[in-house]
Ligand binder design. Sequence first.
Ligand code: FES
Length: 336
Amino acid sequence: MSEPLIVNEKDGSQFGQMPQDTILRAALRAGIGMSYECNSGGCGGCKFELVEGDIETLWADAPGLSERDRRRGRHLACQCRAVGDIRIKVSTASEYVPPLPPQRQGAVFTGATDITHDIREFRFTTEGNAAFLPGQYAMLDLPGVGASRAYSMANTPNEHGEWHFQIRRVAQGKGTAALFEQLRPGDEVGLDGPYGVAFLRTDAPRDLVCVAGGSGLAPMISIARGAAEAGLLQERRLHFFYGARTPQDVCGQAMLAVLEGFGDRIRYYPVVSEPGEDWAGASGFVHTHLPAVLPASLPEFEFYFAGPPPMTQALQEMLMVDYRVPFEQIHFDRFF
Ligand code: FES
């Protein structure tokens, strides 16, 4: 049977859908800039309207759709597959065109290292290059876990096929249970990527600000490493904020400390929201510290951030509404 053909009536584009692909992944693989962020059903960025044909829905209750969306017949392209040829209406834009085409491949688990009491780095190798941009993520198909999980790479692109993910254990999370408890060196998983639009802009002329919260550490570390490797930090500064819940959750400094310029052009600021009695550093919500700590007005920086939705939302609002930072200087993917 031939691949289903998907036609987007909004821009006239059309593309085929391979058997394992969702509509979103098929579009991105074909180089079409369908709007999206999380690829996991949470953000609602990939909503589309079905005009004709049949679809299969992978996660009917995905939080990316509101009740109103459902009443209006909206669907999520990252949670639907075409069953035969279909016609849809969906937004596309050049900023969503993948800079590197996502590819499916097998990845072998080679080992893991603890970073904190609940964040661990998992390392995989693929036969081909690890082709991605710092800040992007991949979808992993893990043994015994139905849906793919999105995890950001913490390392930088390389020719050795090395993919490193720093992942926080989620209570009752099937994906992290498979990773933390079942995976053994030599096991193979499915890896599809890269995805994500919050990648390092090497041509942006401003000093960089990275803000990470929780497991948002990985993409921000990748961006810091990528900026150092690209020579950006010879001339520019990088301000790296990490928002942790408690002092024992603080991390990231050791990975930055090995980069040239740490302590001078690279600065690290941990902020703890539940400090307890022994924490002498900054406390509160991480985003509230940026205006006082940064050495210039906020619109003079390029911002990258990743973390829990309340953090990313508060930061986005603060930057855009309170400080009028242009949207083109703000880069984040929302995960839920
Ligand atoms: Fe589909 Fe986020 S809900 S990309």
